[in-house]
Write a protein that binds this ligand. Structure first.
Ligand SMILES: [Ca+2]
Ligand SMILES: [Ca+2]
Ligand SMILES: [Ca+2]
Ligand SMILES: [Ca+2]
Length: 464
């Protein structure tokens, strides 16, 4: 019986095994479709659908890795790749670069063939017919997925998505570059984009120039303005780098405005510029002289006008014209005093035989001279000399009259001569008459007589 029981049990076990196998055999064909790893069969659609491992697998990625589901697999991507590290690609001054989005910093984003992912990442298990970034078309070819169009990109709002073959690029617009995953304004001023003045603005910049310069068509370099084109100077203009300079012709000086020229008042420089008077003129000056003078060829001295030589006088034919500095006078014909007789046109004599002449000068000689006003002293101005010499005779020279102001002094220079010396300056115009006496003494015959030189001195008004 025991055997029977065993036999019965064996038979029962064999039946169960057969049933299990049957079930297995029945179930196996019941799938009807096999899916490769990473896909699950969807009965409704009767398709293999990708398993989202990121949702279904606990700890699909570990540590600081981020799970990204893929068709037929998944990727573990360092989270840092979603926040692009700071990658300054700084333009190197002084060679300025210009903002250009095409050459600017961009960031090629994730979807790349798995093999390009660094080996340390988990192996991507994918058996899809197309590479990542491509989709299988109905005709069996792989077509690029336009992530930008389908909005399946990971560019952040500050960035611009640019579709590429098999992927896409997150880029920044012109004037921005990618810093810390964000498109940030390029501070072009910091990198010397402008030659002179620079103003940074979001997404751009603007250059300007210092006064005296204009911005070139390149909008960044500055060029000197040739201000002289506008003729800002009264006289001459010299362009300089960044400015200009005016200069003036001789006789003018630059005014405080730096452009106009004003006449120099040469007369104020020195009172000795002209002998008499200085007259300022535009760009120059001239000297003038008082009446009776003309300006000498040196342009500053005054020269007496000789009215007697030129005939420019009012003297009658009977008169004698006498010229002096600054004027002239008409001398009347000689008229001798009482008892005197005219012996020449400038000399009168009182005859010795005439008793009336006993105490009078034997002769009176009329002479005229001119003298400059304020002439320096002492100075010799006139000479007297005896014309006859007798044995035992000596002469005394003296000023008999006209020297009340004591401007003169008679100095005897020899036995027979003397000099009239001016000892005090005389201010003109003035007419002086001096009687210069020569006393003749002859002790042998006990004779004493005198002769007079009546000297008329015309002192000019001016010291020239
Ligand atoms: Ca900027
Ligand atoms: Ca200039
Ligand atoms: Ca002047
Ligand atoms: Ca004169």
């Amino acid at each position: 019986m025991l055997f029977d029981v065993r036999a019965v049990r064996f038979c029962a076990s064999a039946r169960m095994l057969a049933a299990l196998v049957f079930i297995l055999l029945r179930i196996q064909p019941g799938h009807g479709q096999t899916c490769t790893q990473g896909f699950d069969y969807d009965r409704r659609s009767r398709q293999c659908i990708d398993v989202d491992e990121c949702r279904t697998l606990p700890d699909a990625c570990r540590g600081d890795m981020r799970c990204v589901n893929q068709n037929g697999g998944y990727l573990c991507i360092p989270r840092a790749m979603y926040n692009q590290p700071y990658r300054p690609e700084l333009p190197a001054p002084p060679q300025p670069l210009y903002p250009d989005s095409s050459a600017g910093v961009s960031d090629t984003f994730l979807p790349e063939p798995p093999r390009s992912v660094e080996p340390s990442y988990p192996r991507v298990v994918s058996t899809a017919q197309c590479l990542l970034g491509y989709a299988l078309a109905a005709d069996g070819t792989c077509n690029d997925i336009d992530e930008c169009e389908t909005n399946s990109h990971h560019c952040n709002p500050t960035q611009v998505c640019i579709n590429t073959s098999g992927g896409y690029t997150c880029s920044c617009t012109e004037g921005y570059w990618l810093i810390g995953g964000q498109c940030q304004d390029i501070d072009e001023c910091r990198y010397g984009y402008c030659q002179q003045l620079c103003a940074n603005v979001p997404g751009s910049y603007s250059c300007s120039c210092n006064p005296g310069f204009v911005l070139n068509p390149d909008s960044r370099t500055c060029e000197d303005v040739d201000e002289c084109d506008e003729k800002p100077c009264s006289h001459s203009c010299f362009n300089t780098y960044g400015s200009f300079m005016c200069s003036c012709e001789e006789g003018f000086e630059l005014a405080s405005d730096g452009t106009s020229c004003i006449d120099l008042d040469e007369c104020s420089f020195s009172e000795f510029l002209c002998q008499y008077r200085c007259v300022n003129t535009a760009g120059s000056f001239s000297c003038i002289c008082p009446p009776g003078y003309y300006v000498y060829e040196d342009g500053r001295s005054c020269e007496d006008f000789n009215e007697c030589d030129t005939g420019n006088n009012t003297c009658t034919t009977a008169q004698v014209c006498f010229n002096f500095q600054g004027g002239y006078t008409c001398l009347d014909p000689l008229q001798c005093s009482r008892h005197y007789v005219e012996v020449s046109d400038n000399q009168c004599m009182c005859a010795a035989e005439n008793p009336a002449c006993r105490d009078k000068p034997f002769t009176i000689l009329y002479r005229h001279m001119d003298l400059s006003s304020g002439r320096s002293v002492p100075t010799d101005i006139f000479q007297m000399q005896a014309t006859t010499r007798y044995p035992g005779v000596f002469y005394i020279f003296q000023i008999k009259s006209g020297n009340e102001g004591r401007e003169f002094y008679m100095r005897q220079t020899s036995n027979v001569s003397a000099t009239l010396v001016l000892t005090r300056p005389i201010k003109g115009p003035k007419k002086l008459v001096l009687d210069l006496e020569m006393v003749t003494v002859n002790n042998v015959i006990n004779f004493r007589g005198s002769s007079i030189i009546r000297l008329t001195i015309f002192v000019s008004e001016h010291p020239f």
